[in-house]
Design a protein. Structure first.
Length: 117
């Protein structure tokens, strides 16, 4: 199993915050999230992975106790998942099944990815 720790996605990437804004309003944040995830994954020196499907477990650890919807958390992490997939030289459609867990009151906010069996 491969474990990758990433920063919690920026709250402005939450789809509920779009409210009619132009897509370009979040472009810089999405690019930054993808780039950060790419380099943090590459730093693990894993190399390309082989296989057709990769189970993906996402754990969103949040310092606060404000409840968040799992689907919005997943959507806000899309750019980071693209960066991880690119670093592993796979397509992100290969992440299946995808499970989401939320942890409130964590010591530090983060996104923990576990890829594999």
């Amino acid at each position: 199993m491969l474990t990758i720790t990433l920063p919690l996605p920026n709250a402005d990437l939450n789809p509920n915050r779009a409210h009619g804004r132009h897509w370009g309003a979040t472009r810089k944040l999405k690019d930054e999230a993808k780039r950060t995830a790419y380099y943090l994954t590459k730093a693990l020196k894993i190399g390309p992975v082989k296989g057709a499907l990769f189970p993906l477990a996402l754990t969103f650890a949040m310092e606060g106790y404000r409840k968040r919807d799992a689907d919005n958390l997943l959507a806000s992490a899309k750019s980071a998942l693209d960066g991880v997939a690119e670093a592993l030289e796979i397509n992100d459609h290969s992440f299946e099944p995808v499970t989401i867990k939320r942890v409130y009151g964590a010591e530090k906010s983060m996104l923990l990815l576990e890829i594999g069996p």
